[in-house]
Every structure is written in structure tokens, then in C-alpha cells.
Design a protein around this ligand. Structure first.
Ligand SMILES: Nc1ncnc2c1ncn2[C@@H]1O[C@H](COP(=O)(O)OP(=O)(O)O)[C@@H](O)[C@H]1O
Ligand SMILES: [Mg+2]
Length: 354
């Protein structure tokens, strides 16, 4: 029995037609060339899927260097996976033809950490919003295109008089961020991958932007992947959460379960670092400062060197994700005996009876 549970799941389940995006045992390794000799396993065997129906908001949380942005770039097709596959509507994104690739680019939209980076500083805001309208043929004429752009700006609380005709550097960080949301809105994608969309803005703006993202999900049914190092905002807006540590998903489930009764020692550490007295205080604010050190192990559980409960097995094999109930799973041997079996994929947690 023990040996059975010691095995890592060999492979994720076959594609089910209900997923719009699916990651199957995705690993991303950087380096190994002449310049960067050292290998970095940025994403380590992650499987998950985003359902077509009622996709909700999924948070990906973890400290700096845990692989969140790499996972986002993989999902967006910006970088290829080293191992495993990424399927869009059942098709491997590395083998899409021209038309399918265009469709994929429209359907999966980024909202990145620093919107300034994404904009060409020589293009006015108009171009940032008009280009997708033109590229994807969203309007029949210029008039219709402008109406679409103005409408999308208004939806995110921006006045077109104050944004159109300007260059990115003439706008505040918050305005630029909201232009990214407006751009996403314009394209009405199936999936939005938002990488730390509020990490650079103040509290009031944070609420506005999170509000717009929530709206995209609730009103338009767009799946949202919300990436953050901050558990407070994850708790506020997401339905499900994946907690990452050194490229692995160490815990996943319904956000209430994971944050209110964390099962992995790493998640417990994160939740404990939340300042208590005022629950509105930012939780997990220490996360970013705990940049993953060189103490981390390359065999067994990546968290073992920092874990207060470390056992001998932990340094030998990576534990599987043990199911803790209908809506939670933790990648930790502490739960080997009480668990209800293992799950191969993050999304399997929500398929009860497994
Ligand atoms: N292009 C790259 N080349 C080499 N290493 C990279 C590259 N991008 C990310 N990494 C490394 O991969 C790990 C995960 O990084 P990243 O995905 O940016 O984490 P996060 O977004 O959670 O802070 C880090 O160790 C980082 O240094
Ligand atoms: Mg990042």
C-alpha cells in the first residue's frame, strides 16, 4: 500500500472535451546551454484543466520564483513546454495551424504584471486598442471600431477623452493596467491570464481592477487565472486556488478550504504569516521577500529542507497530491494515511468520488 501511494501519478487523464485549456504533466526547464549551465526547473509536472462551463476564477499563488509567470507564459503559448502538453479545445497548441493559432491568441488573453512593458512606447493608446479590433476583424468599419473601443474603456471606468490620443507614459500605472483589462474585454476571450495585475497599484485602484476582472468572469463567463503572491486578494476574488512552491503545485482546492484549513505545511506557513488582528490587512505579505533559496532540494519534496514535519520519505520521492475531501488536495506525505487517494491533476480534485 505504501509503495502504491509513493508513486507519482504517471500521467494526467485523457483530454475530456469539456476543457477549453488543459495542461498535461507540463514541465519547463530553463538553462543548460553554454551561457546558462545551471538548469532551473521553473514548472514541475503540473496538470490542470479549465472547464468550458462555469470556469470561475482560479488563483495561482506562491512566493517570488515559484514558477507562476512561467506557468502563465506556457498557458499563453509564449514559451514551449520542455515536457508534457498544453491543449486548447483538445488540440496541442504546439501543432496548431495558422488559423487555429490566431483563434488561440484571441481566446487566451494576458493581463501582465507591468503593462508598460507590453506597450510600444511610440504607439498611442488608440493603437493598443485598435490593433486587436483590426487584427481580429471585430468591426465592420472605423466608426464601429471606435464605438467598441470607447465602450470597452467605459466598462473599466476610463474616460475615452482622457485616454485616447495619449501615449502610454502619459497615463498612470493604474490607467495602463485598466487599458489592459479593456483590451481583454474587447476581444471577449474564453480565458484571461492575469499575472499580478494589482501588484503595482494602490489599494483603491486594486479594488477597481479586481472588480473589473470579477466582472469579466461573472458577466461574460470568461475563465480567469489570477496569479498573485498575495493571499488576501486570492481569497477575495477566486473560487479555486493552486499554491505553488518551486514549480510544483503543493496544495489546491476551493479557496475557502485551502486558506481556512491549509493542509500542506508550506500553505500553513503562508497563512500563518498573515497578520491576524485586522483581517483586511494584506495576507501573506512576507511571501515575496522569502525568495526561494538554494537550500531547496532537487529530489523528493521541494519543501523538505524548510519543513518542520520533514520525514525520511520526504527527501526520497516527491509526494503525490493526496485528496483531502471533495474540494482539496495536498502534495504531502503527512496526509498519506488519512487521504482519500491521490489525484493526477489539479482539476481532478473537483471531480468527486475519485
Ligand atoms: N527566461 C528564463 N531563463 C532562465 N530562468 C528563468 C527564466 N524565466 C524564469 N526563470 C527562473 O524560473 C523560476 C521561476 O520564475 P518565475 O516563473 O518568474 O516565478 P514567479 O513568477 O513565481 O516569481 C525562477 O527560478 C526564475 O529565475
Ligand atoms: Mg512572476
Amino acid at each position: 500500500m505504501a509503495t502504491e501511494t509513493l508513486e507519482r501519478p504517471a500521467s494526467a487523464p485523457a483530454t475530456d472535451g469539456d476543457s477549453v485549456l488543459q495542461l498535461k504533466n507540463v514541465t519547463k526547464v530553463f538553462g543548460g546551454g553554454i551561457v546558462r549551465r545551471k538548469l532551473t526547473i521553473a514548472v514541475d509536472n503540473v496538470s490542470m484543466s479549465i472547464p468550458r462551463e462555469n470556469p470561475g476564477i482560479t488563483a495561482i499563488a506562491g512566493e517570488s520564483g515559484s514558477g507562476k509567470t512561467t506557468l502563465a507564459r506556457l498557458m499563453l503559448g509564449i514559451i514551449p513546454a520542455t515536457e508534457g502538453s498544453i491543449l486548447f479545445s483538445g488540440r496541442d497548441i504546439s501543432t496548431l495551424g495558422r488559423r487555429e493559432k490566431l483563434e488561440f491568441r484571441r481566446e487566451v488573453q494576458p493581463i501582465m504584471q507591468d503593462p508598460f512593458e507590453v506597450y510600444n512606447p511610440f504607439y498611442k493608446v488608440d493603437h493598443v486598442l485598435m490593433a486587436p479590433v483590426n487584427n481580429f476583424g471585430l468591426a465592420r468599419n472605423r466608426r464601429e471600431a471606435r464605438d467598441l473601443v470607447v465602450e470597452s474603456l467605459e466598462t473599466v471606468g476610463l474616460r475615452h477623452q482622457e485616454t485616447l490620443g495619449r501615449f502610454p507614459h502619459q497615463l498612470s500605472g493604474g490607467q495602463r493596467q485598466r487599458i489592459m483589462v479593456a483590451r481583454a474585454l474587447l476581444l471577449k476571450p474564453r480565458i484571461i491570464v492575469a499575472d499580478e495585475p494589482v501588484s503595482m497599484v494602490d489599494a483603491s485602484l486594486r479594488a477597481t481592477i479586481l472588480g473589473s476582472i470579477d466582472l469579466l468572469n461573472k458577466e461574460l463567463g470568461i475563465a480567469v487565472i489570477y496569479i498573485t503572491h498575495d493571499l488576501t486578494t486570492a481569497f477575495q476574488i477566486s473560487d479555486n486556488i493552486m499554491v505553488m512552491y518551486r514549480g510544483s503545485v503543493v496544495e489546491t482546492g476551493r479557496v475557502e478550504d485551502v486558506i481556512q484549513k491549509p493542509q500542506h505545511p508550506y500553505t500553513q506557513l503562508l497563512v500563518e504569516s498573515i497578520p491576524r488582528p485586522d483581517p483586511k490587512e494584506r495576507w501573506g505579505r512576507d511571501m515575496a521577500s522569502q525568495e526561494t533559496g538554494s537550500d531547496a532540494s532537487d529530489v523528493g519534496c521541494r519543501f523538505a529542507p524548510r519543513c518542520p514535519y520533514v520525514m525520511s520519505d520526504c527527501t526520497v520521492d516527491m509526494p503525490p497530491l493526496y485528496r483531502m475531501g471533495d474540494t482539496q488536495a495536498a502534495q504531502c506525505y503527512l496526509h498519506r494515511d488519512e487521504s482519500l487517494g491521490t489525484v493526477a491533476s489539479v482539476s481532478d480534485v473537483f471531480k468527486s468520488g475519485g
